[in-house]
Ligand binder design. Structure first.
Ligand SMILES: [Zn+2]
Ligand SMILES: [Zn+2]
Length: 374
């Protein structure tokens, strides 16, 4: 009962290759022991992992990663959080999964005991990062407060795992967390967007999948705003009814004209002073604005306009309330084609080059995926 289960069909080595963060922007590949799952945990063999803008931030600035209560540098910490793989071992008592199951994982396993976790807001857990030494509150966030996925094996809480349907590629399965983040934004805004006007600003991966998810939920009309023509075109394929290039038109005026009284929902995935203000000014009275990107500096915004028009402003963190499961349901039913945002694939050994593609947007890179070959 209290044993970890392994299977001879899927032998697990004692050691693995893992990228670790030394100084800022310095990743090196080392040999690490393969971790052993505990209660309510499984060991996942990582088959594919997508690179996220937040990974680039962690690698450069350290935040929002928090390892042993401090910055993540020179602690043998492996970043990376948007991964999928195959269950390779089961912790004691785990019967929810079987060895060999293909799974994709969401990032956060909250502590399960704080006020926020108890209401499903585990991405805002009060015990974030309290999981080292004697301070173990049970909180885990892959690649932020616990070991991530730029390696061969990682431990995951069973609450964070979703089975991948047959026929879905490894690369597409890594995108579930991104779609889940978009889904969480829409969930927090109220969720019932059928027949409501929705504007998405910023056609990055979260914005593009926000378009896909909002369309699947029945948003109409659905307007995507950006500045890169190629990304706007992809947004159109994912379900945007109208695309607006912010370099060419006055987007506030256009949205007012298209919707009559302004948009019911706005999802700002750009997070600049300009887009926050545009969001507020293009909102309908009583409209809702979701801030899905976090500006690094304080921004000035027109709070007077917001107050007198009864506009709601929502801060969104990650992929809470099991939104990832709902995103997977849409993806499994092929309501949209997430592979449109996956542009490049690299081998895990070439991670630094993959990161360069993601960071510098080489060759119009949107989502860069890294795969392990065994
Ligand atoms: Zn991410
Ligand atoms: Zn918690």
């Amino acid at each position: 009962m209290s044993e970890v289960s392994y299977s001879s069909d899927m032998p697990v080595p004692k050691k693995m290759n893992a990228w670790v963060l030394k100084n800022p922007e310095e990743l090196v590949q080392i040999i690490k022991p393969v971790p052993v799952p505990g209660k309510a945990e499984v060991l996942v063999r990582i088959d594919a992992i997508a690179i996220c803008a937040t990974d680039l931030e962690v690698i450069k600035y350290g935040t929002p990663a928090l390892i042993e209560g401090g910055e993540p540098f020179n602690k043998n910490f492996t970043p990376g959080h948007e991964y999928m793989g195959t269950v390779a071992a089961l912790g004691p008592g785990v019967d929810e999964f079987e060895i060999g199951d293909r799974v994709t994982v969401e990032i956060h396993a909250g502590c399960g005991q704080c006020k926020r976790c108890r209401s499903g807001m585990y991405t805002s857990c009060h015990n974030y990062g309290l999981n080292y030494g004697n301070v173990n509150k049970g909180h885990r966030a892959n690649g932020f407060t616990s070991q991530g996925g730029f390696c061969q094996y990682a431990i995951n809480n069973i609450n964070t795992m979703i089975k991948v349907p047959d026929g879905m590629s490894d690369e597409v399965a890594t995108l579930v967390v991104t779609a889940g983040t978009s889904m969480y934004g829409l969930t927090e805004l109220g969720g019932l967007v059928a027949g409501e006007s929705v504007v998405v600003i910023g056609p990055g991966p979260i914005g593009l999948l926000a378009v896909a998810v909002a369309k699947s939920l029945g948003a109409s009309p659905l307007i995507l705003i950006g500045t890169r023509e190629n990304r706007l075109k992809i947004g159109q394929k994912l379900g945007a009814d109208i695309i607006l290039n912010a370099k060419e038109v006055n987007v506030e005026q256009e949205v007012k004209e298209i919707t009559g009284k302004g948009a019911d929902y706005i999802i700002d995935c750009a997070g600049s002073e300009e887009t926050v203000n545009q969001s507020i000014h293009m909102a309908n009275r009583g409209g809702k604005v979701c801030l899905a990107a976090f500006p690094k500096k304080p921004v000035n915004f027109d709070i007077g306009h917001l107050a007198v028009n009864n506009i709601y402003l929502y801060g969104i963190r990650g992929e809470g309330k099991s939104a990832t499961h709902r995103a997977m349901a849409f993806m499994a039913e092929r309501r949209f084609d997430p592979s449109l945002v996956h542009t490049h694939t690299f081998d895990m050994n070439d991670l630094p080059e993959a990161i360069r593609y993601a960071k510098e947007r080489v060759d119009d890179a949107i989502k860069v995926v890294v795969t392990n070959s065994y």
